[in-house]
Design a protein around this ligand. Structure first.
Ligand code: ACO
Length: 315
């Protein structure tokens, strides 16, 4: 059994928020935000908006592009740190609204690395024969835990959801993942229970992000005996264009194989990789079949990287 991506979808909130929203409120500038992060705009979920609506829309598109019926998929994992309720998580509601009766459904919290952790889990279910297909969704409304008066975090974050359908595909390249965490670094990036607001040491996180994503990707390439040029598309967590470019440079992944959409959506945490995949797919970069490289890092700190094949038809 070999897992590969056979469907992709994404859904963004309607409200587009350009950098000018912050420049009129905070001591920052459009030039600083673009130059230091690559971000031009992001989407905000409405105060009374439901993240589950975006997760359902993204998942439905992933099923549709795969040409699969929801009723034939019996597992769903939603990577999120900002679900609509304390309990239950998003996954059970999404499964029911999609029409996946009695599916195994759970949320996974590994901060911004959650989607890569979820992909690893889903691949293992397929490889072990326990599942034929698994819906993997990343959905976040980071604005729910953002201090809009803190210029060092507020300008970086956005909301959205993305999803992929992973399924058993004959003759696909074997997926491989390397995951890790380091709880000694919690003070670098965290939100406490009492105020539920993200606090971050950006420059320190930057350094660890480049180091951990590069090392994890290198481990995966080594294990699979792959050269960086054999990755057809590299989609890293869209935290900051400079971080993604630095990782690609460190690894020797050619610039034209590195996908960036942080300019349009900012950092959407565990939703960022599948949202980027959906945009890459729309731009024709994921037609047919190929090998995808992914890498992410987040609070914890947590990190992960992997390679997984894709096989996508035309709509
Ligand atoms: N506008 C203007 N100045 C700012 C802003 C802003 N929006 N934000 C921070 N600064 C200032 C800081 O106060 C600091 O000022 P100081 O030197 O006077 O103390 C200075 O900019 C730091 O600037 P740089 O040296 O350019 O810092 P850097 O190049 O590291 O860029 C940034 C800062 C963009 C935050 C970068 O470090 C980064 O992207 N870090 C990683 C962020 C991240 O990915 N976080 C994890 C995701 S969040 C999550 O997990 C949910």
């Amino acid at each position: 059994m070999t897992a590969a991506i056979v469907g992709i979808g994404a859904a963004l909130p309607e409200k587009t928020v350009p950098n000018s929203y912050f420049t009129s409120r905070l001591d920052t500038s459009d030039e600083w935000i673009r130059k230091r992060t690559g971000i031009a705009e992001r989407r905000f979920l409405a105060e009374d908006g439901h993240l589950a609506d975006l997760a359902v829309a993204a998942s439905r598109q992933a099923l549709r592009t795969a040409g699969r019926a929801a009723a034939d998929v019996h597992h769903i994992v939603v990577a999120t740190t900002t679900p609509d309720r304390v309990t239950p998580g998003l996954a059970v509601e999404v499964a029911t609204r999609l029409g996946m009766p009695r599916a195994a459904a759970f949320d996974l919290h590994a901060a911004c690395a959650g989607f890569v952790y979820a992909l690893d889990h889903a691949s293992a279910l397929i490889e072990s024969g326990r599942a034929k297909a698994v819906l993997v969704c990343g959905a976040e409304a980071l604005t729910r835990i953002t201090d809009r008066t803190d210029r060092s975090t507020a300008v970086l974050l956005g909301d959205g959801a993305g999803a992929v359908l992973l399924a058993d595909v004959a003759r696909a390249p074997a997926p491989c993942f390397s995951l890790g965490s380091d709880g000694e670094r919690i003070p670098l990036l965290y939100a406490d229970r009492h105020d539920r607001v993200l606090r971050m040491d950006g420059p320190e996180i930057f350094v660890h992000a480049v180091e951990k994503m590069s090392a994890a990707t290198r481990r995966v390439l080594g294990r699979q005996e792959l050269a960086p040029e054999e990755i057809d598309l590299f989609v890293a967590h869209q935290a900051n264009a400079r971080i993604v470019r630095a990782v690609a440079k460190e690894l020797g992944v050619p610039a034209e194989r590195v996908f960036l959409n942080v300019d349009r959506v900012a950092n959407t945490s565990s939703a960022s990789i599948p949202i980027a995949l959906a945009q890459a797919w729309e731009e024709g970069l994921l037609s047919g079949s190929g090998l995808l490289g992914v890498a992410a890092f987040g609070a914890g700190i947590t990190w992960g990287a992997g390679v997984v094949g894709w096989r996508l038809g035309e709509l």
